[in-house]
Design a protein around this ligand. Structure first.
Ligand code: HEM
Length: 117
């Protein structure tokens, strides 16, 4: 069950970050921006689910399985959290944001599935 919740969290979090990076155009005065709504209603719950289910998977992981790949994956996840926070604070959001998030996410998924080292 943790595995399913972990994957659901990853899809929600990364999907919302990718979408938030593409949001452009005028916003309604006095209304929370579309980007902020995407980050708060989709990305943040996705991040929380990814981490909580990830901790559950860590608790039940067989000894010796969480090797180098896992440390690199956690580092990529930490970089994605920093990008998420900086975007939420309006400090980031250029055209490069979505491709960079896409590449970091793809690298983390590939590492987690192949466990190459
Ligand atoms: C960018 C963020 C993340 C992505 C894309 C990601 C992706 C994945 C994927 C695809 C798997 C399943 C691999 C498979 O069974 O084939 C997985 C497993 C796992 N993830 Fe994550 N994850 C992320 C963040 C985290 C975080 C933050 C944690 C810990 C708090 C974590 C802990 C784990 C653990 C323990 C497993 C099980 C490894 C095993 O024993 O097979 N992940 N992750």
């Amino acid at each position: 069950m943790e595995w399913v919740l972990h994957i659901l969290g990853v899809v929600l979090w990364l999907g919302a970050l990718l979408a938030a990076g593409l949001v452009r155009g005028p916003e309604q005065p006095g209304q929370p921006s579309t980007r902020r709504r995407v980050l708060n209603t989709l990305a943040l719950p996705g991040l929380v689910l990814t981490v909580l289910a990830g901790l559950g998977l860590m608790a039940h992981a067989h000894s010796g399985t969480l090797t180098g790949w896992f440390h690199v994956k956690l580092t990529l996840a930490a970089v994605l959290v920093v990008l998420h926070v900086l975007m939420a604070r309006g400090r980031l959001g250029g055209v490069w944001f979505t491709p960079v998030v896409g590449l970091l996410g793809l690298a983390a998924i590939t590492l987690a599935h192949l466990k190459p080292f």
